[in-house]
Design a protein around this ligand. Structure first.
Ligand SMILES: C[S@@+](CC[C@H](N)C(=O)[O-])C[C@H]1O[C@@H](n2cnc3c(N)ncnc32)[C@H](O)[C@@H]1O
Length: 383
């Protein structure tokens, strides 16, 4: 049970702050108070902010679909080399003048595009961040599938886990013997993970210095994108990749294509069962543990422990619940995403640390990360 749920069910009589909070909630729930708040000059700015925030909650899907339309119509690619005349842009979008105006006005309001002098359109601040960013572009497309699963959120909350579009997309979440999955069933998610990996690798490399290590074993390492990013910074580090056999095979081909075949070994298997390859002095689990319920997460961590000698290092990188400022990302986004996927949950750093200790690791420690919204980094030592 989460900490806040604990507090809610403690049965202790509410203190003064809690009673004031109740009063405030009752006021906000009163239509008369809300009308007063919008009329009274001192409360008006706050009332407006709240109306705007609530409207954004209602309209979020429309904002998302505006972005999807821009991605599908290649708006950011068209504008990447500089502003384009309105008529030229409309022609390249292949839309009627009216539809193009709807899209461009919407995209402008969301900072995806911006009006420039002389009747031209350029990139907006957020649109500029979409350029040469295949990870976000791939995620935007992927979300078409996510939102199909979320179309009836109450049904999703009520049903047994699994059996959705997303659990089919991540088949290891629901099949009994994931190690038998063929290439056709791992190709799409492996490509998505590779596309979105550069940002995560940057975060991990900024948070942790691998230079003291000889050999890094990446468990569930996909096609080896993370290992290749680390290898580029640490030319003497040996690399080992462990993933499901079909995924590991993709890794082997990618290492060969990158000229790293002599430095990287790949292993196919099931990381909940072992045996694990030996010889690494650091094991990484990047976007892995949160994908699994506690029993499987513990089995994976025990496998990681079995791959290390005492004193070896474990590095876990993933989004964590309770990250200040990231609550909607971890609780709402990852919470519902993993529910639809059928396994796992975002864990608080303390919950993850407790699992690590149970699996035979000491001194779990959160490393400071530059952008903790999407991934935080925890390291621990094999006991
Ligand atoms: C969410 S992806 C993360 C991939 C990679 N670490 C990254 O961050 O890009 C989870 C990975 O775990 C692998 N995986 C899932 N179940 C597994 C199992 N039982 N044994 C080995 N690998 C598994 C998947 O094939 C996939 O590559």
């Amino acid at each position: 049970m989460s900490g806040s749920a604990d507090a809610m069910s403690s049965g202790a009589p509410p203190g003064l702050p809690e009673r004031l909070r109740d009063l405030y909630d009752r006021l906000l729930a009163s239509p008369r108070f809300r009308q007063f708040a919008t009329r009274f000059p001192l409360t008006r700015p706050m009332a407006r902010r709240r109306v705007r925030a609530l409207f954004d909650l209602c309209a979020g899907f429309v904002y998302t679909q505006t972005l999807l339309a821009c991605v599908r119509l290649r708006v950011f690619e068209i504008l990447r080399d500089g502003p384009v005349q309105h008529d030229v842009l409309v022609a390249r979008l292949g839309l009627s003048a009216g539809a193009a105006a709807t899209l461009l006005n919407a995209a402008e309001s969301l900072k995806l595009v911006a009006r420039r002098r002389g009747g031209r359109w350029g990139l907006g601040a957020l649109g500029a961040a979409m350029v040469d960013n295949p990870g976000v572009t791939a995620m935007v497309e992927h979300h078409a599938l996510v939102y199909r699963d979320l179309a009836d959120p109450v049904a999703l909350l009520r049903r047994d886990r699994g059996g959705n579009g997303l659990s089919g997309y991540w088949p290891y979440a629901e099949v009994e013997r994931p190690a038998t999955l063929p290439d056709a069933q791992v190709a799409a998610y492996t490509a998505l993970m590779a596309a979105s990996q550069p940002f995560i690798a940057e975060e991990v490399l900024a948070a942790y210095d691998f230079s003291a290590h000889r050999c890094l074993l990446d468990l569930g390492g996909g096609d080896g994108s993370f290992l290749r990013a680390v290898a580029a910074r640490h030319p003497d580090l040996r690399l080992m990749l462990f993933d499901l056999p079909a995924v590991a095979e993709r890794g082997r081909a990618a290492f060969a294509a990158a000229g790293l075949a002599g430095r990287a070994e790949t292993f196919g298997g099931d990381f909940t069962e072992g045996p694990m390859p030996g010889g690494a002095d650091i094991v990484s689990l990047v976007r892995i543990v949160h994908d699994h319920d506690d029993a499987r997460a513990l089995a994976i961590l025990r496998s990681a422990r079995s791959a290390l000698a005492p004193g070896g290092t474990l590095l876990v990188a993933e989004p964590m619940s309770g990250t200040p400022g990231a609550e909607p990302i971890t609780e709402a986004y990852f919470g519902f995403y993993l529910l639809a996927m059928g396994t796992g949950r975002p864990r608080k750093a303390e919950e993850l640390a407790a699992l690590l200790r149970q699996a035979g690791f000491d001194a779990p420690k959160l490393m400071p990360t530059r952008t903790p919204l999407l991934a935080r980094v925890m390291v621990a030592k094999a006991a």
